[in-house]
Design a protein around this ligand. Structure first.
Ligand code: NAD
Length: 436
């Protein structure tokens, strides 16, 4: 099939590349000229495991192309995916200007029947808005389908190739059949393609992300309470998670959820509720708790150093909002860094993939280390913000000799308390007693 994908970010580029992998001819469109030039030269503009291999293979096989021309995209694809940003607007709602702007242009350019597929995360009712916007510009027949994306950054290719489910919101038999044909190769193991109306599909995505953010937040509150009463959140987590009704995943406490999706999606659903006269009390609490949790380490660090961080240097390990990505959008590490800078501290940072993005944001304000140990040299404490695998079994002797004093603040509970204590460190983590 001939497919066009408008917007080649984390979702669009993975969608385009994976659809080419099953034999489709895919043209990816992006407004960012530099990005398109890079991709035309065979360079993957983002870090996502396995993507480079598929990207190269499908370009070589002449199934994957890139352009800045929306017109070319409209001429090429019979199915047109919108994988455009829906960032948080000032009032917490999802900013639909990218999606509706593209819809207007599509209305002007469309010449024959197309299925316009909304893959962006959008509030209930957006599919109707996209239809209206296109229809204002043209009399050509088209259908709009809502096809929310559930991939996880860091596992995006794997998730796209082997999805647990595919949700299609459609009221057109013709469009539904095309979508089922397109996705059939991805569900050979029997996972479902769930067909529903557009509004339910749109809400499914927000409900899923908000539920997961709530699960994390609930556990963060349990962790905070553990510290008050002397319980160990790791034990509580294991005790709870073995109940199959609860499940083991998304129960790890930490310094709050971040990323390009959870923060904005929870806020957008909350705002969507308000717009329809429904107050999501639970989401209101999730937003508030997470805002506090992102900075939960700051008062501890300040207190350890007698409220004076001016002449202190900190090593920060992990800057991406989670491991296996270079995405730093809403990463908790950034909030911690900003607070420490305000308090006058000097900061050395290291992340396996996210340093270029952090450099673009903070410039000369930080010292960028080329490896994890270099960041710790002459630092007064190590702060861990992202649970990259390489941080899990460090050489504690090396750490001890690099740091001015053996102090670790761990926002991701990477180490066994007893082990770190035995190594002679002061160790402060989440939902467990500080030791050392
Ligand atoms: P992104 O910011 O990484 O990428 C968006 C791309 O769209 C950019 O390359 C940008 O240059 C391009 N763009 C902007 N305006 C354009 C235009 N008019 N024409 C062509 N290209 C244009 O965004 P993303 O993370 O891929 O997210 C896209 C959507 O998917 C969002 O709604 C997001 O909520 C949703 N989503 C994201 C994830 C994720 O893990 N990142 C997962 C599921 C759903």
């Amino acid at each position: 099939m001939k497919i066009s994908v408008i917007g080649t970010g984390y979702v669009g580029l993975v969608t385009g590349t994976c659809l080419a992998e099953t034999g489709n001819e895919v043209l990816c469109i992006d407004i960012d000229k530099d990005k398109v030039k890079q991709m035309q030269e065979g360079i993957v503009p983002i870090y996502e495991p396995q993507l480079d291999v598929l990207f190269e293979r499908n370009i070589k096989a002449n199934r994957l192309w890139f352009s800045t021309s929306l017109e070319e995209g409209l001429n090429h694809g019979e199915i047109i995916f919108l994988a455009l940003p829906t960032p948080e607007d000032e009032d917490g709602s999802a900013d639909l200007s990218y999606v509706l702007g593209a819809a207007k242009e599509i209305g002007k350019l469309i010449k024959d029947y197309k299925v316009i597929v909304d893959k962006s995360t959008v509030p209930v009712g957006t599919s109707d808005k996209v239809k209206e916007t296109i229809a204002k510009e043209t009399n050509v027949a088209f259908d709009v389908v809502s096809n929310p994306e559930f991939l996880r950054e860091g596992f995006a290719v794997e998730d796209f190739l082997k999805p647990e489910r595919i949700v299609i919101g459609s009221s057109s038999e013709r469009a539904t059949q095309l979508m089922e044909k397109l996705y059939k190769p991805f569900v050979r193991s029997g996972n479902p393609i769930i067909i529903m109306d557009e509004k339910s599909a749109e809400l499914t995505k927000y409900a899923a992300n908000s539920f997961l953010a709530t699960k994390i937040t609930f556990m963060n509150e349990i962790a905070n309470f553990c510290e008050k009463v002397g319980a160990d959140v790791d034990m509580v987590r294991i005790g709870m998670g073995t109940d199959s009704r609860i499940g083991k995943r998304f129960l790890f406490p930490g310094i709050g959820y971040g990323g390009s999706c959870f923060p904005k999606d929870v806020k957008a659903l909350h705002k969507s509720g308000k717009d329809h006269n429904y107050h999501f009390n639970i989401l209101n609490s999730v937003i508030k708790v997470n805002d506090v949790q992102k900075k939960v380490l700051i008062p501890r660090i300040a207190s350890y150093f007698n409220q004076n961080l001016k002449d202190k240097t900190f090593a920060v390990w992990g800057l991406a909002f989670k491991p296996e990505t270079d995405d730093i959008r809403e990463a908790p590490a950034l909030y911690i860094i900003e607070e420490l800078l305000k308090l006058g501290a000097t900061i050395n940072v290291f992340d396996p993939e996210a340093l270029p993005n952090v450099k673009r944001k903070f410039g000369q304000q930080l010292n960028y280390a080329s490896n994890m140990y270099e960041a710790t040299k002459n630092a007064d404490a190590l702060i861990i913000c992202t649970e990259w695998s390489i941080f899990r079994t460090p050489d504690f002797n090396k750490l001890k000799s690099n740091l001015n004093q053996p102090v670790i603040f761990d926002g991701r509970n990477l180490y066994d308390i007893k082990d770190v204590k035995a190594e002679g460190f002061y160790y402060n983590s989440i939902g467990r007693q500080a030791v050392g």
